[in-house]
Design a protein around this ligand. Structure first.
Ligand SMILES: [Cu+2]
Length: 114
């Protein structure tokens, strides 16, 4: 149901290399949109996000400590992301997910897929 890729964006080259991948995801389904959730100051922004089936979400950790985006029911897990790291998941089907950060239980977010 989900595809996970991890990329290190600390290096400019890696960030530039990521662009074609995002474009490829968008082309795979003419309607797919690439969304971004920023992790900063112990929070996911946006906290609640609505997307369409086939869209992807990239979590980017801008804090100087490790965070994750981990589904409460085990459907997905980005694993711990260092500062500057990001992880992209593509969501194939409709539904709603509630997730948290593994080390910080009060960091919460939801994904609603139409
Ligand atoms: Cu955290």
């Amino acid at each position: 149901m989900t595809n996970l890729t991890r990329r290190d964006t600390l290096r400019l080259g890696a960030a530039l290399a990521a662009l074609p991948l995002t474009a490829t995801i968008a082309r795979a389904d003419g309607h797919a949109t690439a969304h971004t959730v920023v992790i900063k100051d112990f929070a996911f922004t946006p906290k609640n996000i609505e997307i369409k089936a086939g869209d992807s979400i990239t979590w980017v950790n801008e804090d100087n400590m490790r965070h994750s985006a981990t589904d409460l029911n085990g459907a997905f897990d980005t694993g711990l992301l260092d500062q500057g790291q990001e992880a992209t998941l593509t969501f194939a089907g409709a539904g709603k997910f509630e997730y948290r950060c593994t080390p910080h239980a009060n960091m919460r977010g939801t994904i609603t897929i139409a």
